[in-house]
Design a protein around this ligand. Structure first.
Ligand code: MN
Length: 190
């Protein structure tokens, strides 16, 4: 895993975002969903794996309704330190705009609590383009899947296009979870 693309895109003399370093995994894998008011408002969905945060930009944000499929564009890996980043990325910088931590918590591969086995299953899921996992967050809980879709126009682009879908379980809801728009770290809103 490398954070070179992340580092190349940013000027750390200007932005308060953390500089990218690969770190060791702790007792549990973590996730974060950041709400980011860039040129287009979106949610950044990030899963810790192999010392970095795998990252997807989800324009419409997550849903708890299994009938709803949310487009998720995979973007460059982010450093694990990004997990509690909130603040304003200054004008003229990559991703300029405000960021809040909309949700955070731990996660593991679907049905697998054991760390080693979970990591193995997550790698297999990424490879297949069918990543099933369970979130233990403050707002998001239960089973979700990220499914890679084939883009019929461009092979290259197809590799980065995924859908984020809630799986059926006790956490399913047709309430709009995004109405809860406060940071889970600071009570900030965008
Ligand atoms: Mn973003």
């Amino acid at each position: 895993m490398t954070l070179s693309i992340y580092n190349e895109k940013r000027n750390f003399a200007e932005t308060s975002e953390p500089e990218g370093k690969v770190v060791e995994t702790g007792k549990a894998l973590r996730f974060v969903v950041q709400k980011h008011n860039a040129s287009q408002l979106h949610y950044d969905f990030r899963l810790e794996l192999d010392g970095v945060l795998l990252s997807w930009a989800v324009p419409k944000g997550p849903s708890l309704d299994p009938k709803v499929k949310r487009l998720a564009m995979q973007v460059e890996d982010h450093p694990v330190d990004y997990i509690d980043f909130e603040g304003t990325i200054p004008e003229g910088n990559y991703g300029a705009g405000e960021v809040i931590v909309w949700d955070t918590g731990t996660y593991h591969a679907h049905g697998i609590e054991n760390m080693e086995e979970s990591i193995k299953a997550l790698h297999e899921g990424l490879e297949k383009g069918d990543l099933k996992f369970q979130l233990h967050g403050k707002k998001l809980n239960g089973s979700f899947v990220l499914v890679r879709i084939k883009n019929r126009f461009s092979k290259k682009e197809g590799d980065t296009t995924w859908l984020l879908i809630k799986h059926k379980d006790e956490f399913v809801s047709d309430e709009d979870i995004l109405k809860d728009n406060t940071s889970v770290l600071s009570d900030r809103k965008l």
